[in-house]
Structures are given as structure tokens and as C-alpha cells.
Design a protein around this ligand. Structure first.
Ligand code: GTP
Ligand code: MG
Length: 334
């Protein structure tokens, strides 16, 4: 089971590399007393890059090592040789990491996907060697420019919501009702779509074992095209270890639970393929509105795809305790 922490936050110091200086130099060859200028340019300093990685799941690493300085560019050499570029540093962070300025408020950027990259600090440009400064009046310039210096700065890396169980479902399916039934959280519940506008967290305890449950806004078909509230808030459940599909069993609902499930699955897949590979359970809520005939029909559609389902009613508290117990057991076995 994931250890509970609501916000993972670290402060780190980053500095891009300075550019190398340009060089002042002259050709010195036997029998050529006054060679022309041949000082090379300085190399570019290394960048500080932040990159999303599925292999990293927390910001723990940055609690120990906090200073990151990319290499400076080398100075220019003789014979027009450009100095080597400084090596960049890549800081790997879990998707869902938000980058803020030192004040902890100003947003600098965010990394939401595996391999997504952000050049946080660009390395300094190299200076120019004296070979660039020859002119008709000055054949032996002693001028070269310095590489650009880079100042470092502190940044804050923040990773939101590490939870065990993420609730996904169409609007009005009863996700928030579920959260309020099994935890002490008091999310807004109402009989219209998009009641929940931002994620809410609750804790469910069963003996020694604790589960952090994240309730998020409803998802609709084509959310990836911006329909409904879109999909951006899915980043809040990108780090849950388990998904609970909460489907609306109300027979008056235009999509039956199986169609809801398929549409949800497609939307999650669109957002991040990893999401749908996560362990999950499927529940049909509002079973109090279903006749046993209707239940059988729903059951058979899922059975065709070898999917187990749970019928529950958050309103009348039917099968909810049994469901939670089985979820805890699943976690304990991991
Ligand atoms: N009959 C019945 N109604 C329920 C049940 N669970 C929830 N409802 C009702 O369904 C409506 C929607 O519930 P919410 O919990 O707000 O639904 P939601 O999935 O959080 O909706 P969004 O936040 O809009 O995505 C409310 O009127 C609830 O009272 C249930 O088990 N049976
Ligand atoms: Mg809700």
C-alpha cells in the first residue's frame, strides 16, 4: 500500500553551465613571424533539463542531493578550435510534477507525461575567439568575448496527491457519494453533471490498513477533445495504484454501464496508456434502481468480456462494505 503523503515537495538548487570564453591567439609558424589570429570560440554551457519518467514515483531522491550544476563550456583553443560544450543535467521526475519558483507560488512549468521535457535553465553561450574580430584596420585583434555567465536559482518541485484508489466515472454516477459513504470527506453531491470540479481526497480505514481515495470530476466521451471538463484533471489520479470504475446503473441513463465502461477506458487510454494497465475494479452504482432482470442483463454484457463487476448502492449502503473489504484485501496481497 502506498505510504500516505498528500504533497511531496522539495527545494533544489539548479544552475546551468557558463559559456566558455573566446580565446585570443595567433598563428605561430616557422618562418612566418606574424601569423593571423586563430583564437577559437568558447563552448556552450550545459542546460538543466527536467524530464518525466514513469520509473520514478516520488521526489525522494531530491531530499538527499539538492544541488545541480551543469558543466561549463570549455574555453576556446588555438587553431580556431571551439571549446567543448558543457554536459547538461537531466533531472528525472514522476509525471504530475509541478515546478515552481523559490517563493513556492510562481508556476514555472509542469511535467505531465513520461519523457516530457522542459529546459528549465539554458546554458550560457560561448564567447567569440579573436579570429572573428579581424578587420581591414586591425589584422591582429587582441579582442575576444567572455562566455555568458549563468546564475543559479532555487526551485520547488511539487508532486500532488499520492493516493491508492482513484474513482473514475461519468458525471452523476455517484463518485462523490461513494467517497462520502466510505470516508469522512464531505464532497459536494448533487443530481446534475459536473458537480465535482476539483479532486477531493478521503481516507478509508479498515483495522490497521488505510486507503487514500481520490474523487475527481466526471469524464465524458470525447473528453480528450475537450468535451465536458476535458481530461487534464486525470493527472491527479496518474499516481493512484488502483482504479475504481464507478458506473451509473440508473436504467434511465442514456448509456448503459458497459458502454460507459468502454467509453471511460478509451478516454483514460487517450490520456495515458499506463492508466488502463493498472489494477482496477468495476462497480455498478445505484443498484437500488435496478430490478434483478436488469442486473442480469448488465452482468451478462460484462461477463462476455470476462470482467467481474460489483453491484452497489451508495445511497442505501448496499454491498459497499463488502466492496471496501475486498479492495483492502487486494492491497494487502500486493
Ligand atoms: N438512487 C441512487 N442515487 C444515487 C446513488 N448514489 C448517488 N446517487 C445520486 O446520484 C446523484 C449524483 O451523485 P454524485 O455523487 O454527485 O455524482 P458524481 O459521480 O460525483 O458526479 P460529478 O461530480 O458530477 O461527476 C446524486 O443525486 C446522488 O444522490 C445510489 O446508490 N442510488
Ligand atoms: Mg462528484
Amino acid at each position: 500500500m502506498a505510504k500516505i503523503s498528500f504533497i511531496d515537495e522539495v527545494k533544489v538548487f539548479v544552475k546551468a553551465g557558463d559559456g566558455g570564453d573566446g580565446r585570443v591567439g595567433f598563428r605561430r609558424e616557422k618562418f612566418i613571424p606574424k601569423g593571423g589570429p586563430n583564437g577559437g570560440d568558447g563552448g556552450r554551457g550545459g542546460d538543466i533539463i527536467i524530464e518525466g519518467s514513469h520509473h520514478s514515483s516520488s521526489l525522494q531522491d531530491y531530499r538527499f542531493k539538492k544541488h545541480f550544476r551543469a558543466k561549463n563550456g570549455e574555453h576556446g583553443g588555438t587553431w580556431q578550435k571551439t571549446g567543448a560544450n558543457g554536459e547538461s543535467i537531466v533531472l528525472r521526475v514522476p509525471p504530475g510534477t509541478i515546478i515552481k519558483a523559490e517563493d513556492g507560488e510562481t508556476l514555472v512549468g509542469e511535467i505531465m507525461a513520461d519523457q516530457e521535457r522542459l529546459v528549465l535553465e539554458k546554458g550560457g553561450k560561448g564567447g567569440l575567439g579573436n579570429m572573428h574580430f579581424t578587420s581591414s584596420t586591425n589584422q591582429a585583434p587582441r579582442r575576444a568575448t567572455e562566455g555568458q555567465k549563468r546564475e543559479g536559482r532555487w526551485i520547488v518541485l511539487e508532486l500532488k496527491i499520492l493516493s491508492d484508489l482513484g474513482l473514475v466515472g461519468f458525471p452523476n454516477a455517484g463518485k462523490s457519494t461513494f467517497l462520502s459513504t466510505v470516508t469522512k470527506a464531505k464532497p459536494k453531491i448533487a443530481n446534475y453533471p459536473f458537480t465535482t470540479l476539483s479532486p477531493k481526497i478521503g481516507v478509508h480505514r479498515e483495522g490497521e490498513s488505510e486507503l487514500l481515495i481520490a474523487d475527481i470530476p466526471g469524464i465524458v466521451e470525447d473528453a480528450h477533445l475537450g468535451t465536458g471538463l476535458g481530461l487534464q484533471f486525470l493527472r491527479h489520479i496518474q499516481r493512484t495504484s488502483f482504479l475504481l470504475y464507478v458506473l451509473n446503473g440508473d436504467p434511465l441513463e442514456s448509456k448503459d454501464p458497459f458502454d460507459q465502461y468502454q467509453a471511460l477506458f478509451r478516454e483514460l487510454e487517450h490520456f495515458d496508456r499506463q492508466l488502463v494497465t493498472r489494477p482496477s475494479k468495476v462497480v455498478i452504482n445505484k443498484m437500488d434502481l435496478l430490478s434483478s432482470e436488469q442486473r442480469k442483463k448488465i452482468q451478462s454484457r460484462f461477463a462476455e468480456k470476462n470482467l467481474d463487476i460489483f453491484f452497489i448502492s451508495c445511497k442505501t449502503n448496499l454491498h459497499v462494505d463488502a466492496l471496501m473489504q475486498s479492495i483492502h484485501e487486494t492491497f494487502l496481497q500486493r
